[in-house]
Structure formats: structure tokens, C-alpha cells
Design a protein around this ligand. Structure first.
Ligand SMILES: [Zn+2]
Length: 259
């Protein structure tokens, strides 16, 4: 049985084969791969349908954001390109594509493929010259035409800093992704009242524009009472969503960051 390689490997291989650098023009990529892209009313976020040598990607025409459409197209390209993704029809749901932590293996892999195909690690790492913050994530998402959440997830995967991205919706933590060095776990469920994100949902307070110190136990499990963490939250009021970056400076940086 052939060994399947990582989704990141396949995404890099395809970028290399197509000689891509920087932001990707997905309709051009689809043309070169003989894949046709359609937008229709769907019961899912997107489909990949393969029949013989023909392949079609169909995207839900309800998706309001261009960046979200792009991620879904790149996700379907992942199903098409990765050799061990062999189903003739992939029906891909919003909850699998948007959560970045699907427990369905092939869906998770297609997301990892899309993350690398749109946001190549080798390019991003050169830009990660300081601890990530929301301004940096906004800048990268502009350069690569990717959503803020997809960009934040990729940055968190690449950085050596102790950082996590948390997505909350209607006052509840839905998912989080953390860097390798971020030492804590974050539970899903209602936000703690000591967080700024909680204030946004419960009292409609506007969120501070810079990172704020909060008690780490308001976000993380197994933390002592004294420990502090930086919270930088950003609201998407139309979606009733808050994206939060949590950041713990290294010891030697502490003086500069805390005081
Ligand atoms: Zn899928």
C-alpha cells in the first residue's frame, strides 16, 4: 500500500509544480488542473465531484465572503490532488471547513492542504520577525487574500511563540488552535466573565484595540491564580463571533511586555 504524505507536503508540491509564489489565483490554478468551478445553491459548503478525467468544484452560492470561498475551493483542490483522497464525491460541510479542527480525517487534511496552499509556510516564516499580533494577521490576510481565522491558524502553527487563537460565537468558545510551545489547554463552552470577549457578548462593550493583561485562568485550564496572559480580541458583529489571540511572553521578554 502506498504511503500517504502530509497535506502540507502535497500543498507545497502542487505550488512547486505550478511554479506559484505569493497569493494564489485559484481560478487560474483550476484552469491549469482542468477543474471547473461552479457556484450553486447547496446543502453543504462545497463539493468536489470527479468522474473519469473530469472534475468539478461546486461552491455554495450563499457564502458571503470571498476569502471563505477561496478557502473552500483550496480545500476541494486538496481532495482532488492528494492521492489517497479517492472518493468520487466529497461533500464538505461548513462545520468541518470553518472549525479548523474537524475530527473527520480527510476533511482535516483538506483544511491543512488549503492552509499551506494559500499561506505557504516558507514565505510566512520570513515575515514572522516578531511575536504575532492581530495587526500582523490582518496584514498577512490582505497579502494572501485569506480570512483572518485561516491566517491566524497558520501563524499559530508556525510561530515559536507561546500563542493560541480562540474562536467564540454567541458567548461560547467553539474551538482553539495553539502553537507547540503554548502550554495550556482551553475548554470549549461559555466564556469566563473575566475575559474581554465575554464583555463584548454580554454587555456589547467594544473591545480594546491593543492586547490586555487578564488572569490566565479565565481562558486556560490548570493555571495558577497569579499567572497573567495577554488577550487581544477582535469582534465580527455581523457573525456574532470574536477571534482572540492569547499570548504568553517568554521570561526574558516579560519586563518589556508586562510593564
Ligand atoms: Zn472536504
Amino acid at each position: 500500500m502506498a504511503v500517504s504524505l502530509s497535506p502540507v507536503f502535497y500543498a507545497r508540491q502542487l505550488r512547486h509544480e505550478l511554479k506559484l509564489t505569493g497569493a494564489v489565483d485559484l481560478s487560474l490554478v483550476a484552469d491549469r488542473m482542468n477543474i471547473r468551478i461552479f457556484e450553486e445553491a447547496l446543502d453543504a459548503e462545497g463539493y468536489l465531484i470527479q468522474k473519469g478525467k473530469e472534475a468539478r468544484i461546486i461552491i455554495n452560492n450563499n457564502i458571503g465572503y470571498e476569502t471563505r470561498k477561496c478557502f473552500t475551493i483550496a480545500h476541494e483542490l486538496g481532495h482532488f490532488y492528494m492521492p489517497h483522497h479517492q472518493e468520487s464525491i466529497f461533500r464538505c460541510l461548513a462545520r468541518d471547513i470553518q472549525s479548523y479542527c474537524s475530527d473527520r480525517k480527510l476533511e482535516y487534511e483538506a483544511n491543512e492542504f488549503a492552509g499551506e496552499f494559500l499561506l505557504p509556510a516558507q514565505e510566512l516564516e520570513k515575515r514572522l520577525l516578531q511575536p504575532p499580533n492581530l495587526d500582523m494577521i490582518k496584514e498577512f490576510s490582505k497579502i494572501y487574500g485569506t480570512s483572518l481565522t485561516a491566517t491566524a491558524v497558520k501563524v499559530v502553527q508556525l510561530t515559536c511563540e507561546k500563542i493560541a487563537v480562540v474562536l467564540s460565537e454567541s458567548g461560547e468558545i467553539k474551538w482553539f488552535r495553539k502553537s507547540e510551545s503554548f502550554p495550556y489547554w482551553i475548554n470549549k463552552g461559555p466564556l469566563h466573565e473575566w475575559t474581554y470577549a465575554y464583555d463584548f457578548f454580554s454587555a456589547g462593550k467594544s473591545l480594546p484595540e491593543t492586547p490586555q493583561k487578564v488572569q490566565a485562568m479565565a481562558w486556560c485550564q490548570g493555571v495558577s491564580r497569579e499567572e497573567l496572559i495577554f488577550e487581544e480580541s477582535m469582534a465580527f458583529p455581523n457573525l456574532n463571533i470574536v477571534m482572540t489571540l492569547l499570548y504568553i511572553p517568554y521570561e526574558e521578554e516579560c519586563d518589556a511586555f508586562w510593564w
